[in-house]
Each structure stands twice: as C-alpha cells, then as structure tokens.
Design a protein around this ligand. Structure first.
Ligand SMILES: C[S@@+](CC[C@H](N)C(=O)[O-])C[C@H]1O[C@@H](n2cnc3c(N)ncnc32)[C@H](O)[C@@H]1O
Length: 248
C-alpha cells in the first residue's frame, strides 16, 4: 500500500484533506455514468471529466469502459495515487487536472462528452454551484451528459437539521440546505473529518440549478447507496442523483 494512502476499509478511503471519505464501490449513479462511457460517448475528442475524483474509483472504471478521462481533485496526492492504480495500457487515456472547481478549471466550450461529480457538490456554496453548473453546461458538447451525486439532509447525523431544512424550503429561502457550522447540527462521531460548513442538497435543488444553467434534466431522485455506512442511514433518501444533458 503506498504511504500516501490512508488506512482503508475495503469500501471507502479517508480523504487527505478532511473532505469525508472516497468510495471504492461505485454508486448506482456512478454506474450509469460508466455505462454512458461504455456506449463510446467519451472518446479522445470528447473526454469524461471526473470532478472531485478522490482516489479515482470512477475514473478507473471509466477508463476500463474505454473512455478518455480527465480526473480532477483539489488534492494532487489523491490524483497521484489514482495514477498508480491505472494499468500501463490505459495511462495514455488519463489526464490529471488538480485544481478547485469551478474557479480553477478551464475547458474549451462544447468539448466534454460527460461530467461526473460524486460527493463533491455538497462542499460548494450556492454561488459556486450556480457558477459551476453554468461552466459545466458550457463545457459539455451537445448531447453530453452530467452525472451528479450529493448528500441530502436525510442522513442520520443531520436528522436535527431536517425540520430547519423543510422550514426554509417552505419559506422559499434560497439554498435551504446550507449549514454554516456543521457542529450546530451534526452528531457524527467523526465530524472532525468533515469541513466546517456543508451544503446538503436534494432532487429539487439539483434540478433547479441544472435547469437554470440551461441543461435538460433527465432524472433527479433520492436513494440510498448500497455502501453507505450504517451510522449515516436514515430512511432511504440519504443521497441525491441527477442526470442531465445538454440539448443537441
Ligand atoms: C467525499 S470525496 C469524494 C470522492 C469521490 N468522488 C467519491 O465519490 O468517492 C470529495 C473529493 O472532492 C475533492 N474536492 C472537494 N472540493 C473540491 C473542489 N472545489 N474542486 C475539486 N475537488 C474538490 C476532495 O479533495 C475529495 O477528494
């Protein structure tokens, strides 16, 4: 095991920068993104961008499915570990792109076949989400797809926040899932592995952001990832998935 890789559970690895855990098991949403790659939609001229790739479990699967992959993360160490996991024959199809989404990433308009972001969007502010979604809509080629998964308020450690989320939603407050200080609501014993603030999202929020950026939403839904730790499980709505496309 390389020294840069923290101690692991076979299903998830702690990030190096207090951004939670990276999953080794693909979620249903990520499986759909890989299936999209298998259809041949993400070749050299229209690559697959994996935002906040972590240690790259999904980037790896996309490479195995034949895609050209751009793996992005804030932490270069995560991406360097990903590189060591890629078979020699697939390395020419992988590009590492460290940097903070959205501000530090730049691509030519209409050049990406798909964008995937798993467990990244809940680390972004409302302004970053709006800006990021507009950037993704610009970068996707016509017919290109966006696959997003994020945390919802419907997780056990955030149960105390649900009434506040629903009150804000009913009152029409913008960004109802923003929690400035996680410690005000979160009871998780490993809270120290999370950032100070978090932005819990749901299907209505993701749909609204994607549609205001001009994307066509194919599906937005709540679900429970099969690998979700027991301490996070609440009622089957712990994660939100979004699939959207840029119109032809
Ligand atoms: C919880 S991990 C998820 C990793 C992986 N996508 C998964 O689903 O298992 C979040 C990752 O996003 C990265 N990250 C957080 N904010 C970011 C940003 N603004 N731009 C790029 N990467 C970011 C972190 O470094 C971390 O590796």
């Amino acid at each position: 095991m390389p020294s840069m890789r923290p101690r692991t559970d076979p299903r998830r690895i702690l990030t190096r920068n207090r951004m939670g855990w990276a999953s080794e098991q693909l979620s249903p949403l990520s499986e759909l993104a890989v299936e999209f790659c298998r259809s041949g939609a993400c070749g050299e001229l229209s690559p697959f961008l994996d935002l906040g790739a972590g240690y790259g479990a999904v980037s790896l699967a996309a490479l195995h499915a034949g895609a050209s992959v751009i793996a992005n993360d804030l932490d270069l160490g995560h991406l360097e570990f990903l590189r060591t996991r890629v078979p020699e024959a697939e390395r020419p199809r992988l590009q590492l792109k460290p940097g903070r989404f959205p501000r530090q990433l730049h691509f030519e308009p209409a050049t990406l076949g798909a964008v995937h972001a798993s467990n990244l969007f809940h680390f972004l502010t409302g302004r970053q989400l709006d800006e990021g979604m507009r950037a993704i809509a610009r970068w996707l080629r016509p017919g290109g797809h966006l696959f997003v998964q994020a945390a919802t308020p419907y997780q056990q450690p955030f149960a105390a926040f649900i009434p506040e989320f629903e009150r804000r939603r009913a009152g029409g407050q913008p960004w109802p899932g923003w929690i400035d200080k996680v410690s005000d609501y979160c009871s998780h014993r490993q809270r120290s592995q999370m950032p100070k603030s978090i932005h819990l999202l749901d299907d209505l929020e993701l749909r609204r952001i994607a549609e205001s950026a001009g994307l066509v939403v194919e599906r937005a839904w709540l679900f429970q990832r099969p690998d979700l730790p027991a301490t996070l499980r609440l009622d089957g709505r712990e994660s939100v998935g979004l699939i959207a496309r840029k119109s032809e």
